[in-house]
Design a protein around this ligand. Structure first.
Ligand code: GLU
Length: 377
C-alpha cells in the first residue's frame, strides 16, 4: 500500500514503519538548553504510535547546539568544523541520555546509532546498518539516529539530518518520513510574504517546486532549510517512501498536523528495488559524465551508457565508483557505478566499440555504465 495522503502517515496499515526527524531548533532553546517538556510530549506521541502498531525510527539533531552551549563556543558551535566536532562529542551524550530517559518513561527502549555519510554510501556498511535497524525494531526498541559529527570530515558529511533521515528510511525499509520543522511545510513563495500559501501535496519535484524551496528560509540553528528537505524528498520518493514536512512547534506535532490537515506531503512517484534505491539515494559521486543528446535519449529509454555518446569526463575516479550522468545542458539524468577509471573514460569518450581495444589495451567492457548499475534521476 502506498501512502496517498498526510493522514495515512499515522495509519499502521498504510505506514507500518515511520521515520521521525527532529531538528535542532525544536529540541534546543536558543541559549542551548534542551526543551525537555516538548521532548517529553513527543516521546508520548511516539509511544502512541507504537501502541497503534507503528514502528518508529527517530533521527535527532541537537548534539552540536547542546554541546556548543556546554563548551561556550560561539555561533552555536558552527563557526568551523573543529568546533562542530567538539560540540557534537559533548552534546551527543546529553541528547542520547534525554531520549533514553524520556522514551524510558513511556516504557520504550532507546537505541543509539551514529552514522556517517560513508556508512550509507558503502553497500556493505549500508546493509549492516539496515540489519541492525531491523533487529532493533523487531525487538521493540526505538532507534535514535544522528550523524556521527565528531568524526565526519567536511567533504564527506550529510551536514543536515534531512537527507540522513531519507537514507535511514531506505535502510530501515520505512514507508514514510516525517520532518518536524519550525514552519507548516513548503510554501509557494517566501513564507514571510503574506500572500504565501502552503503547498499541501507534491507529486513530482520539478523546477517550479525547487524554486519555492529556494524562497523559504531556515531557522539558522540547524543546517537544513527547505532545499535539503526537498533533496530528502527526492531520495525517499525514488524508493517509494512518502515524506511529509509538518510543524513541530506544537505539542504532539504529528497528531496536530493530521487533525488540522496542515503540512506538505511528497507522494512517492516510483518504487525502486532495494539495491537501486540505495544507488539512487547515494549523494557523494566521484565524477560527472556528460553525454550527447542521442545518448541521453537512449538512457531515458533504459539503455546502458556507451562510450560513443560520452562527450566529457570530470573528476578522478576508479572503476566501480559512483558517477553522475549529465546532459550537455547540465541536467542531472542518472547516476550509476562506472566500469572504467576516469583516465580510461577520457581515452574512449566519443569512440565506437571497434576503436576501444587499441585505446584501452584490452577488450572493452559492455558499457561505460551498465543499466543494471544505473538509476535515472
Ligand atoms: N547532526 C547535527 C547535530 O546533531 C545537526 C545536523 C543538522 O543541522 O540537521 O547537531
Amino acid at each position: 500500500m502506498t501512502i496517498a495522503a498526510l493522514s495515512q502517515i499515522a495509519d499502521p496499515a498504510a505506514c507500518p514503519r515511520l521515520v521521525l526527524k527532529v531538528g535542532s531548533a525544536l529540541l534546543v532553546e536558543r541559549g542551548g538548553t534542551l526543551r525537555r517538556d516538548w521532548l517529553k510530549a513527543l516521546a508520548g506521541e511516539i509511544a502512541e504510535a507504537r501502541v497503534r502498531g507503528q514502528q518508529v525510527v527517530v533521527v535527532s539533531s541537537g548534539a552540536i547546539a547542546l554541546g556548543a552551549a556546554r563548551l561556550g563556543l560561539t555561533a552555536g558551535g558552527r563557526a568551523n568544523l573543529a568546533d562542530a566536532q567538539a560540540a557534537a562529542a559533548v552534546g551527543q551524550i546529553e541528547l542520547a541520555g534525554a531520549w533514553a530517559e524520556l522514551l524510558g518513561q513511556q516504557g520504550l527502549v532507546a537505541a543509539q546509532l551514529l552514522l556517517t555519510l560513508d556508512d550509507l554510501e558503502d553497500r556493505r556498511r549500508y546493509l549492516n546498518a539496515s540489519s541492525t535497524l531491523a533487529r532493533l525494531l523487531d525487538q521493540g526498541a526505538v532507534p535514535v539516529v544522528n550523524e556521527n559529527d565528531s568524526v565526519a570530515t567536511a567533504e564527506i558529511r550529510f551536514g543536515d539530518n534531512d537527507r540522513l533521515a531519507a537514507r535511514a528510511a531506505q535502510a530501515a525499509g520505512a514507508d514514510a518520513v516525517v520532518l518536524l520543522s519550525d514552519v507548516d511545510g513548503l510554501f509557494d513563495r517566501d513564507p514571510k510574504d503574506p500572500a504565501a500559501e502552503l503547498v499541501r501535496e507534491v507529486g513530482g519535484i520539478d523546477e517550479s517546486v525547487r524554486a519555492m524551496a529556494g524562497a523559504s528560509s531556515g531557522s539558522g540553528m540547524g543546517s537544513g532549510g527547505m532545499v535539503s528537505k526537498l533533496q530528502a524528498a527526492e531520495i525517499a520518493g525514488r524508493a517509494g517512501i512518502a515524506l511529509a514536512i509538518v510543524n513541530g512547534t506544537h505539542d504532539r506535532p504529528l497528531a496536530t498536523a493530521i487533525a488540522v490537515d496542515r503540512g506538505t506531503v511528497f507522494l512517492p512517484q516510483r518504487r525502486d528495488g532495494g539495491r537501486k534505491a540505495w544507488l539512487g539515494g547515494r549523494i557523494a559521486p566521484a565524477g560527472v559524465l556528460t553525454v550527447d543528446a542521442g545518448c541521453a535519449d537512449a538512457l531515458t529509454g533504459g539503455s546502458s551508457l556507451l562510450a560513443a555518446g560520452l562527450v566529457a569526463v570530470d573528476g578522478e575516479f576508479a572503476r566501480g565508483d559512483l558517477v553522475t550522468i549529465h546532459s550537455s545542458k547540465g541536467d542531472r539524468l542518472a547516476q550509476g557505478l562506472v566500469e572504467y577509471t576516469s583516465a580510461e573514460c577520457r581515452a574512449i569518450a566519443g569512440r565506437k566499440a571497434a576503436e576501444q581495444s587499441a585505446l584501452l589495451g584490452y577488450s572493452p567492457r559492455a558499457a561505460v555504465v551498465h543499466r543494471d548499475h544505473m538509476v535515472l534521476l
